[in-house]
Write a protein that binds this ligand. Sequence first.
Ligand SMILES: Nc1ncnc2c1ncn2[C@@H]1O[C@H](COP(=O)(O)OP(=O)(O)OP(=O)(O)O)[C@@H](O)[C@H]1O
Length: 275
Amino acid sequence: MPTSAPAPILSLRDAELTLGGRVLWSGLDLDVAPGEFVAVLGANGSGKTSLLKVVLGQHPLSAGTATFLGEPVHHGGRRIGYVPQQRLADEGTPLRGRDLVGLGVDGHRWGVALPTRARREKIDALLAAVGAEHYGNAPIASLSGGEQQRLRIGQALAGDPALLLCDEPLLSLDLRAQGVVSRLIDDNRRARGFGVLFVTHDINPVLEVVDRVLYLAGRRFRIGTPDEVLRSEVLSDLYQSPVDVIRARGRVVIVGTPDQSHVHGHDHDHGADLP
Ligand SMILES: Nc1ncnc2c1ncn2[C@@H]1O[C@H](COP(=O)(O)OP(=O)(O)OP(=O)(O)O)[C@@H](O)[C@H]1O
């Protein structure tokens, strides 16, 4: 008997987003299945972060629908984890690693505090899930970018998300930490079955773990596997100008997009992230 595909956790239908009088994208159809890892790529200003904000109920669509677990998306919806685009913690912040994770635990209790011991055990379990048990008591400002990102992911997992939204979580991390954080998200989505919508300007650190890519450019988009989307003819058509996609040593390099800073694959070779 044929088995039917599981219902998507997130569905956008004929979705259009207008911000500041400008249409960022339109006609967007996107389904994210349970456990699926979707990377969101595209030029600066193409509306990647804004897509996450639509899912968070912070930006209303100008047309179409967006549903999460069968209900229209809305602000403050439960079971969506969010790792925001943020720089490293300020020097002098008094928060320890476990306090950061604890904010996630408390944030999902809707005013009903957990007993102290249960709360501590939950935080310990989350620290272990992200491999951060050794620095739970360290002030977060003393931790590396990769260590802080682990804690942020632990915080985002506190609400048992069905969907994890990540906005450039690898920014400012070195190559090794990018690999560690990517694997951590991948391991947890496999173990816990949540879907992932992962905004990134560089596909390479997650190329091996993504199921599909959503590429936004010039109000339009393409969705498919990396092999289907990251092709010269597909991106040239999307950008309406010649773009070359080069595969070299397992990496994808995209050359010729109108947005000059958006060149995948060059940045890490030089050990620095482009903005
Ligand atoms: N609240 C808002 N009101 C008006 N315009 C906005 C608002 N939020 C974002 N924008 C504009 O919408 C466009 C898309 O922004 P967004 O942050 O989604 O792009 P992005 O694809 O994530 O870009 P980047 O790769 O540079 O982070 C930008 O031109 C931005 O200035």
